[in-house]
Design a binder for this molecule. Structure first.
Ligand code: BDR
Ligand code: CA
Length: 305
């Protein structure tokens, strides 16, 4: 069965790999790619998303979305992804953006798609929240939402918060409250998907695909991470979950995100041990078969143009 998905992203190095993994996978029909400012400003994330999609062939529409969070100020992650968002790796320019803004495009797809849609959010949740806020009844047309966001422990942008959750916690709170099945890929899960020089070498050897080699160049150019023995490949885990759920294990939990201006802004409170008495509203992925994940990634990317 083909799963129809929309990917909301902010490319971004790991977003690029996630997009190529999705576009390479026959189990997924990528209906649209919607883009927010996040890792770098919207102008760059949109340029990058168009280039990434075009390099993979096909004609998936790419829509521009929110350039800033619902509340608060925009802050990029250029120290991780470089000023251009792809660690300086140049891609051929992509096709022009599709008409219509991200939230409108998501609503239009939900309204008209013959099958319920899966929404995959791998950037700040602003576009998804705007789509749901203006026509909440369309939530019934969502099969599932998969988000790379949050952490049950330490953050990666503040001691309390993961970057996507911190970038727009108000939007994330709206998405978490939408009542549809939600799966979260957190920092604890992605810390098991570590890119190392030997994994990059193994990927490169798979084929002479331009997408595969661009992915390897982007990953090889990443600054060495401060707190882990490799680069966490966050966003592709969200796609891999849809392709090979057998590579993951997890549990249902009550999840809430802290908004407001304090030190805890963007912290996700994930009740793994049912201490809060609140009902579960998300499935939390906890364990990953990393070798299986990298094997899947290599196999799929090698088949792209
Ligand atoms: C998340 O933040 C971004 O920097 C990555 O693309 C990923 O979506 C990890 O915290
Ligand atoms: Ca991202």
């Amino acid at each position: 069965m083909t799963r129809h998905i929309v990917i909301d992203c902010d490319p971004g190095t790991d977003d690029a790999v996630a997009l190529w993994l999705a576009l390479a996978s026959p189990e997924l029909a990528v209906e649209a790619i919607t883009v927010a400012g996040g890792n770098v400003g919207l102008e760059r994330t949109l340029t990058n998303a168009r280039a990434i999609a075009s390099l993979a062939g096909g004609a998936v529409p790419v829509h521009a979305g929110a350039g800033r969070p619902l509340l608060g100020r925009f802050t990029s992650a250029e120290t991780v992804h470089g000023p251009d968002g792809l660690n300086g790796v140049k891609l051929p320019p992509g096709r022009p953006p599709a008409p219509g803004l991200a939230a409108d495009a998501i609503r239009a797809r939900l309204r008209t798609s013959t099958d319920p849609l899966t929404l995959v959010g791998i950037g700040p949740a602003t576009n998804l929240a705007l789509a749901l806020a203006t026509e909440p009844a369309l939530a019934a047309r969502i099969a599932e939402i998969v988000l790379m966001t949050g952490a049950w422990g330490e953050g990666n942008v503040t001691p309390a918060a993961e970057f996507n959750a911190w970038s727009d916690p108000e939007a994330l709170a709206m998405v978490l409250a939408c009542g549809r099945p939600i799966t979260l890929v957190t920092l604890e899960l992605t810390a098991q998907a570590l890119v190392t020089p030997s994994r990059i070498a193994a990927l490169r050897g798979r084929s002479d695909s331009a997408c595969l080699h661009a992915a390897c160049d982007i990953l090889a150019a990443a600054p060495p991470p401060a707190r882990l023995p490799g680069l966490p490949l966050h966003d592709p885990c969200a796609i891999a979950w849809l392709l090979r759920p057998d590579l993951f294990s997890g549990r249902d939990c009550a999840v809430r995100v802290e908004a407001g201006d304090g030190e805890g802004r963007g912290r996700t409170h994930i009740d793994r041990w049912q201490l809060s008495g609140r009902p579960a509203n998300a499935h939390i992925l906890e364990r990953l078969d990393a070798d299986g994940f990298f094997d899947l990634l290599g196999q799929r990317l090698a088949a792209l143009p």
